[in-house]
Design a protein around this ligand. Structure first.
Ligand SMILES: Cc1cc2nc3c(=O)[nH]c(=O)nc-3n(C[C@H](O)[C@H](O)[C@H](O)COP(=O)(O)O)c2cc1C
Length: 468
């Protein structure tokens, strides 16, 4: 291996001879010397090493032109217009009869700008190097790509170089410096060294699971990932999902529509509700929650009050609680064990029709969900109702990219609080849960967990009489 660092303009940058063009926008340059113009042309044509660029400058500007070229090149790197790679220059023995050799050049690693920032190269570490435990490897458009959380640069590896990742799983001095420079620039190398592993020793690093940090960084560091806001990543490949899910089943239970005027007149004040709200982990087994109460809670918290169409053609909804972009991807599945007027089973609440649709009769799969919720809430008996909150992921992911999943989790919180407050006003016992089993819900409901999966759950029932 004879690896060398080479550079070229980013794929979306072109050179007109006078100025640079960045994805259709002109980037002005100070008056160029002939040597600078020649070197920029080389960068626009493909990967060049420092020596090739310097030779082009000195041929036209003389040795004195080099300092100004280095300043210009540094400025291009600071603006993130250049990308770097490691090229392997080899002499291969040719197969022909003459037994001669043939030179081959192959790029084995490339530093790519995937967000916003500079492409100034960092030095290779002086001592042994190791991959960061937060480094994430993915296949992107057929290429193995590594990125560290929150970093705007990624490193693409050709198959010849991919084995180096195994070498770098432990502190090593066996990896060529040019490759280490790319990895260091992309923040992919662990800080510290053998005997001082910062990533496990220091609280700031040790407390993070790589998956959590990658998720947090992707969604909260716009410079490290494009795709903030309504980018419609699937807009030209799939139609938006309708606001109403397909009907769940043939067996339904109509819910009475509560009289909101009467309720508003009798309700405790907002302050009283907020001050009274508690998580209640006991239920009155003698007098379970009723169909009327379940219907009122669902109606007041999440019924569909209206349907609209967004400017992008996606159907939107209006419900009592807020939702980013009004996409309202959350569906509530009451899993009933004891509710006067509703047979036990897994039901779906149709927010538009205000009715329950039977998804599954009670069975082993629903019993597993009940027992998990009972354990999580430390209840002495099975909860009368488990409100399983599922997300129809496509409703958000059709429109949003980096904020899609975080929005779902925020919506779960908003819905939890709405259910807590309405249940408190109605004197019901409710307790939110911090975890659940999306696979168990998929088994019980028959839903494809990649299309619709549980993201939250609460236990609900009548309030024990002694609780007042
Ligand atoms: C998102 C969330 C997750 C929760 N997870 C659980 C849980 O798994 N089990 C449980 O018994 N309580 C759970 N709770 C209830 C909290 O323990 C409770 O809110 C906290 O102790 C404060 O008590 P309070 O709700 O009565 O004010 C959860 C609450 C929230 C908001």
């Amino acid at each position: 291996m004879n690896p060398t660092i080479v550079s070229r303009f980013r794929r979306d940058v072109s050179f007109t001879g006078e100025h640079l063009d960045l994805a259709g926008t002109a980037v002005p340059l100070k008056a160029l010397t002939p040597g600078q113009g020649a070197a920029l042309k080389l960068l626009a044509d493909g990967d060049r090493d420092d020596a090739e660029l310097a030779a082009a400058v000195t041929a036209l500007d003389g040795e004195t032109g080099l300092l100004r070229w280095h300043m210009l090149f540094r400025g291009l790197n600071t603006s993130g217009l250049v990308e770097h790679a490691v090229r392997e220059d080899r002499e291969d023995r040719a197969d022909g009869e003459d037994g001669g050799t043939r030179e081959s050049r192959e790029v084995i690693a490339r530093l790519r700008l995937v967000g916003r920032g500079t492409t100034l190269l960092a030095p290779a570490p002086a001592g042994p190097a190791r991959l960061s435990r937060f480094a994430e490897a993915r296949v992107v458009d057929g290429t193995l790509t590594l990125q560290a959380p929150g970093r705007h640069l990624a490193v693409e590896l050709a198959p010849r170089a991919a084995g180096l990742l195994g070498e770098l799983a432990a502190w090593s001095t066996g990896v060529p410096a040019p490759i280490l420079r790319l990895l260091a620039t992309a923040g992919l190398l662990a800080p510290g060294g053998p005997g001082e592993d910062v990533e496990t020793a220091e609280r700031s690093h040790a407390q993070w699971h790589p998956g959590d940090l990658a998720f947090h960084a992707r969604t909260r560091t716009p410079a490290s990932a494009s795709g903030y806001g309504g980018t419609h990543p699937l807009g030209d490949r799939f139609p938006p999902e309708p606001v109403s899910p397909p009907p769940a089943g043939t067996r339904t239970v109509a819910l009475p529509v509560p009289d909101l005027e009467r309720i508003a007149a009798a309700d405790p004040s907002l302050t009283e509700v907020l001050e009274r709200r508690r998580s209640i982990r006991a239920q009155d087994t003698e007098a379970p929650i009723t169909l009327d109460q379940l219907g009122e809670l669902l109606y007041r918290s999440l019924r569909r009050r209206g349907t609209m169409t967004g400017g992008d053609g996606q159907e939107l909804a209006d419900r009592p609680y807020p939702s980013g972009g009004a996409v309202h991807e959350l569906e509530v599945y009451p899993l009933v064990t004891a509710c006067e007027g509703v047979p036990p089973g897994l039901w779906h609440y149709a927010t538009d029709r205000h009715e329950l649709e039977l998804v599954a009769e009670p069975g082993r799969a629903t019993a597993a969900l009940v027992s998990e919720a009972r354990g999580a809430a430390m209840l002495e008996a099975d909860p009368q109702v488990v409100l399983l909150v599922a997300a129809r992921f496509g409703r958000v992911m059709w429109k949003y990219e980096t904020v899609a999943y975080p929005l779902v989790l925020k919506h779960v919180g908003v819905l939890y609080q709405t259910l807590y407050l309405v249940a408190t006003a109605m004197n019901l016992a409710v307790c939110g849960l911090g975890g659940g089993d999306a696979a168990a819900f998929a088994t019980a409901s028959g839903r494809d967990p990649l299309l619709e999966g549980t993201v939250g759950e609460l236990v609900l029932g009548s309030r024990p009489r002694m609780e007042g």
